[in-house]
Design a binder for this molecule. Structure first.
Ligand code: NDP
Ligand code: HSE
Length: 433
């Protein structure tokens, strides 16, 4: 059979990796796909740089529309990123009846409903395994492997850059900025690294995971998003002392009233598997009612791991392109007419345990006043310790039992107003899974 022809948009970290993997494992990939997968065209900004990688036999252009409009191209692989040029190119490819593979979680999290609707209308596939957790086949696992289950919750480290930064800061004492520079050098970070640091990239990925776990539309705008830029080194140390480690987690959970959808730094017990995921590695725990908890672990970012997922999608699309569209795996795991609009819960209604740190004047009665306010809103303290800060001040650290976030916030508002509380109260969530 003749090769299937692929047009690749973007030949950077992931695009370059995809080219390498397709060449390095060409025979093995063809044995699996049933025919060879051939890159026939690429679109980039820097033609000379691209030529050095792909040689003279591949069409190299600077206008991606030339690729998506090319009659010989069967599959368009979008690896430019962002939601402007990439969105136009993907929608044009779909309109031309071409299948699409993308690693672009930002685009799908914000415009996925539009893109999947357009693809459904045209009967083409949009595959996005590389968009979540790099090389880990988490989309396939949830969408296909766990299809017998009613998914209850999932929680994961789904941003390699922030996990790398937190790991380096703890293990080597490297500064935040140094660790970020290393993550950028290693190709883990987004073009705009604030997407990583502020939890936006993780929220993009979590939004997609929640959709395929629960059969709900993609709704990034409803995700609660907090990053690691506000984390203090002392909280990393206090967490360790309490037997916890701080990780940036994406958590989504089905509750009777709706769905939790949240990304934030989280204290997890030091012996929990997620606490022991280091560097740019990712890990996702998924719990289904039939199977129980399951764990997926692997490299969450970088050239070859991400290319592994892109190429897996290319093989899937190659195998299925002649199948009746109605018999393919639905984009978001559930049949499009069976999606439900379960509400996303407000953060005030989320249930968690909490780590609280207050800097106070070190005098009698302070602890009693704080404990009284917590107890008045029904918050029970699990443990606490105090650490002196200079001659007259102290830090008080509490771990609470499970509480409703709205109750915690109202208590903290009152506590922050007490005259002996000297700076804002730090509040981090604690999860045990
Ligand atoms: P890079 O910045 O390394 O590569 C982007 C590529 O797109 C470059 O080759 C660039 O060309 C090309 N490009 C940019 N603008 C245009 C344009 N207007 N027309 C044609 N080509 C253009 O990004 P990554 O490879 O890191 O990321 C690509 C996608 O993969 C993003 O969506 C990202 O979120 C996602 N992703 C990245 C991962 C990673 O570990 N890096 C992991 C998982 C997903 P030139 O080289 O000439 O400048
Ligand atoms: N910037 C992302 C990360 C790339 O660090 O996880 C992988 O999606």
């Amino acid at each position: 059979m003749s090769p299937i022809k692929v047009g690749v948009l973007g030949l950077g970290v992931v695009g370059g990796g995809t080219w390498k993997v397709l060449n390095q494992n060409a025979e093995e990939i063809a044995r699996r796909a049933g025919r060879r997968i051939e890159v026939a065209a690429v679109a980039v900004r820097d033609v000379e740089k691209a030529r050095r990688l792909v040689g003279d036999d591949v069409l190299v252009v600077t206008d991606g529309m030339e690729v998506v409009n090319h009659p010989d191209i069967d599959i368009v692989v979008e690896l430019i990123g962002g939601n402007t040029v990439a969105r136009d190119l993907i929608l044009a490819a779909i309109a031309n009846g071409k299948h699409v593979v993308t690693a672009n979680k930002a685009l799908l999290a914000e415009f996925g409903n539009e893109i999947f609707a357009a693809a459904l209308d045209k009967g083409v596939m949009v595959a996005f395994e590389a968009a979540v957790a790099g090389g880990i086949p988490i989309i396939k696992a949830i969408r296909e492997g766990l299809t017998a289950n009613r998914i209850q919750w999932l929680a994961g480290i789904i941003n390699g850059t922030t996990n790398f930064i937190l790991s380096e800061m703890l293990a080597t004492g490297q500064s935040f900025d140094e660790a970020l520079a290393d993550a950028q050098r290693l190709g883990y970070a987004e073009a705009d690294p604030t997407f990583d640091i502020e939890g936006i990239d993780a929220a993009h990925k979590l939004t997609l995971l929640a959709s395929i776990a629960f059969g709900i539309p993609v709704q990034f705008d409803k995700s609660h998003t907090e990053g690691i830029s506000g984390l203090a080194q002392e909280d990393l140390a206090h967490a360790e002392r309490l037997g916890y480690r701080i990780k940036l987690l994406g958590i989504t959970r089905r509750r009777p009233e709706g769905i939790e959808l949240r990304v934030h730094p989280t204290l997890v017990p030091a012996d929990c598997v997620l606490a022991n995921v280091h560097g740019a590695m990712n890990a996702v725990l998924v719990s289904g009612d039939v199977v129980g908890p399951t764990l997926y672990y692997g490299q969450g970012a970088g050239e070859l791991p991400t290319a592994s997922a892109v190429v897996a999608d290319l093989v899937d699309v190659t195998r299925l392109q002649t199948a009746d569209p109605g018999h393919r795996v639905p984009y978001l795991a559930f049949q499009p007419d069976a999606m439900v609009d379960t509400p996303i819960l407000a953060m005030a209604d989320v249930q968690s345990s909490y780590y609280l740190r207050l800097r106070v004047q070190d005098r009698p009665g302070v602890l009693a006043d704080v404990a009284r306010i917590l107890s008045e809103v029904g918050i029970s303290i699990g443990s606490m310790f105090q650490e002196p800060h200079g001659e007259t001040e102290a830090d008080i650290i509490f771990l609470t039992h499970q509480a409703r976030e709205g109750d915690i916030d109202s208590a903290l508002q009152r506590i922050a107003g007490l005259p002996f509380v000297h700076s804002g109260v730090t509040r981090l969530r604690v999860e045990t899974f």
